[in-house]
Structures are given as C-alpha cells and as structure tokens.
Design a protein around this ligand. Structure first.
Ligand SMILES: Cc1ncc(COP(=O)(O)O)c(C=O)c1O
Length: 420
C-alpha cells in the first residue's frame, strides 16, 4: 500500500491520521510520507522510494538510523527484560555518564519525553523557590504541557494567552512571554515582578522557529539578571544537548543554567527525557524533598541502553567537526545558489543544524521567522522530496545533518536544490 493509502486508512482511526500534528504536512500541504525502514542517512518509504533523511526523527538520530552498536544493545536489553519499574545498575551508570559530561549537573533524573522533562523542571523550580510565575520566549517550544502552550499576550507585563484550546487561562496567567533575544524585555519583567518569578526558561539555541542563534550577550545577560533576583535559569537543551559537543551548549559557552532539560539525542531514538542541576536544587525532588515527580517507565532499561551507547559513541568518535563541515558546506551551497538564482532566502546553520529561511534578512525572533514566505518553503520542501530528500515538513523547524551523512549526500542535495 502507498503512503496515500495508509494515510487514508489512518485518518479513520487516528485524529488527523497522525500521532503528532506536524506529521500531517499541514505546513507544506500534500500527503504525508509513510516510513518503513531506515539505515544510516537513508530511509525507505511505503511507496518503495529511498530518501536521504535530513529530519532525523526531529533530532535524536545524530548517529543516523539503526546504528548497529545501538541496535545490538537495545536487543540485548530487551531480551533481558523490557521494564522492571525498579532500579537497575544501568540507570546509575547512565546518570554517572551524563553528570560527568555535564559538570553543571550534580544530579539528574530520567523521564520518558522532553515534554515531561521540562514540565518536571518547572515544577521543581516552583517548589524550590516557592514562587509561581515563569518567563518563556515567544517561538521557543518546550513540549505541550499547559503553561508552556502560551503565546505572547497584549503586553509584556501581562501574562500570555493560551496557544491551544483546552489550556486553562489560569495556567497561562502565570507565564510572561518575551521576544527571543530581547534581554531588556526580560530585565523589565524581572524588575517589575522578579520576586514572584520562579524561573526563566529558554532554548539556548532556538530550534522551534527555525534555527535562531542567541544574540551576543543574551544568555550571559539572562544568567546575570536571574541570579540577581533569585530566579532560576532553565536551559531547555532537548535539541541542543550533545548536539554540538558531547555536553550541553550552556557548558560549551561557559554559561551554566540552574536546571537543564534533555531529550532526543540522550535516548538514541528511544523515548527518554532528563532534567538535572545542582545537588541543592535536585534534593527538593521526592523522595528527598517535597516536589513530587514520578514515572512507571522512567529509566526504562531499553531506552537507557540506547542512550548510553549513543553518548559513548559520541564521546569516543566525536563526529562534531565532521557534522559542522558538512552542515557548513550545505548552508554555503544553498546561500550561493540562492544568490546566483536571485532566490529570496538565506540558510542559517550551526554544526549539523540548518534552516533555509525564505527571506534575505537574518532571523532573530519569532516575528522575523513568521515574516518568511511559507509558500516558498512548501515549494522547496516538495521539490527536495521529489528529488529524494526528506527535510522537516514545516518552515519553523531545524533540519539535521547526522554523523551518517557524507560529502556525497551534500553534493547531491545541492545539485537537486540548484534545480529549484
Ligand atoms: C526544545 C524542546 N523542548 C521540549 C520538547 C518536547 O520534547 P518531546 O517531543 O520529546 O516531548 C521539544 C520537542 O521538539 C523541544 O524541541
């Protein structure tokens, strides 16, 4: 059966035919592709085609699809027992490895998704500080928990508005929303209401409005401003963590968050999330402290095995320079072709992450990203898909080059792009 036939069948029993909205291709139109298998940088579809994958399951597959060593440890862990709901030695070893690679984390707790990691970190920040409110940034995505599905409200100093039906306005009233990269906005909110603000949460490199880098001094400024008023700084590194180096982005640039959330890469393709910080803060979690947090499948042995092997391979093989070189080649090539052909776009890139933004001007925040031509992005997506390249089916996402990609893949991508 073709992707179209599967999609038709799925829509009868799954809302919109998908288990996560972006997979419905609403951002680009057309029929979603059904994946059958993946190996390295390529995937096979139900249509019998082979695609070079630049989505990488939205980030976890930094080592490519079905890397043999990871599949082996997953098979072994599964054979030894899929879940115990009790402690395993592997959990302790995994936490040791994470805290060694991320020095700002004395302790870490495992959960089953990025959403859960962030939700738990926010509760911990509230419990630890005894304060209720948080500040987030417009265009940063932190999972789908109630108080993070918030868009900017009518003014900086009012709470945000819900960005989904079903979210209680009471949840979002406690959330201020500032423009990304606008340190002054954060300072004025902290000045006005700092004593009630438990945490500022930010993607240190934003990846959910396309790839948007922090302006010079932005993260350092957040660190300083939050410390000054006893507000915790949370870096959501669900995308960033282990992406550009075998540690957090915060650690790489020397700006330490009080709490850091992780997901995606640390599960190597299995469902996992984690949050961690200093012993002092993490000791507020049950059973040591009063902040409740739990999970039947937390620390699942199969997910831990996949994550452990992934982090070991990243540490030992360090494919980061390779991904940076390939990513830069791609972005430079896209920018060169766009100039030659007079296309109204530029490609943002850092390491293996890239986003072609369909406007010439640099993107600093969500408003800039929204000003891009989404129709042109959709045309690009379908053009590349038609030539055998799978990129994220939304103009507000980051594409990924993995360690399994090669120079030839970049050449082929650019060759196809030049025919746009
Ligand atoms: C920065 C960030 N935080 C949190 C999440 C939520 O993670 P999950 O989809 O695993 O719940 C995402 C998901 O894309 C993310 O990009």
């Amino acid at each position: 059966m073709s992707s179209a036939q599967w999609f038709e069948r799925a829509q009868k029993v799954i809302p919109g035919g998908v288990n996560s909205p972006v997979r419905a291709f609403n951002g680009v139109g057309g029929t979603p592709v059904y994946f059958k298998a993946g190996k390295g940088a390529t995937v096979q579809t139900e249509d019998g085609t082979e695609l070079i994958d630049f989505c990488g399951s939205w980030g976890p597959l930094i080592l490519g699809h079905a890397r043999e060593e990871i599949v082996d440890v997953v098979a072994k862990a599964a054979a030894d027992g899929l879940t115990f709901g009790a402690n395993t030695a592997a959990e302790a070893e995994f936490a040791e490895l994470i805290t060694k690679q991320i020095p700002e984390m004395d302790m870490v707790r495992l959960v089953s998704s990025g959403t859960e990691a962030v939700m738990s970190a926010i509760r911990l920040a509230r419990g630890y500080t005894g304060r209720r409110k948080i500040i987030k940034f417009d265009g940063c995505y932190h999972g789908h928990s109630d108080y993070l599905l918030v868009a900017s409200g009518s003014g900086l100093l009012t709470g945000g508005t819900t960005s989904s039906a079903g979210v209680s306005p009471a949840a979002t009233e406690e959330v201020y929303v500032a423009p990304y990269n606008d340190l002054e906005a954060v300072k004025s909110i902290l000045e006005a209401d700092g004593e009630n603000i438990a945490a500022v949460i930010v993607e240190p490199i934003a990846g959910n409005m396309g790839l948007v880098e922090p302006a010079e001094g932005f993260l350092e400024g957040l660190r300083e401003a939050t410390s000054a008023c006893g507000t915790l700084l949370i870096f959501d590194e669900v995308i960033n963590g282990f992406r550009l180096a075998p540690t957090t982005f915060g650690h790489t640039i020397g700006v330490e968050a009080d709490l850091t959330t992780l997901g995606k890469i640390i599960g190597g393709g299995m469902p996992i999330g984690a949050f961690g910080g200093s012993k002092d803060i993490m000791s507020s979690l049950a059973p040591l402290g009063p902040v409740y947090q739990a999970g039947t499948l937390s620390g699942n042995p199969v997910a831990v095995a996949a994550g452990m092997k992934t982090l070991e391979l990243l540490r030992d093989e360090s494919p980061y320079l390779k991904m940076e070189i390939l990513g830069k080649k791609l972005a430079d090539g896209i920018n060169r072709i766009a100039t030659e052909k007079g296309l109204d776009l530029h490609c943002a890139q850092k390491g293996g992450m890239f986003t072609p933004f369909f406007r010439k001007e640099t993107v600093h925040n969500l408003d800039d990203s929204k000003a891009c031509d989404q129709k042109a992005h959709a045309a690009y997506f379908h053009h590349m898909l038609g030539h055998g390249f799978y990129t994220p089916p939304s103009g507000f996402e980051v594409a990924f080059v993995s360690a399994a990609h090669t120079n030839d893949h970049m050449d082929a991508f650019l060759e196809a792009f030049s025919k746009m």
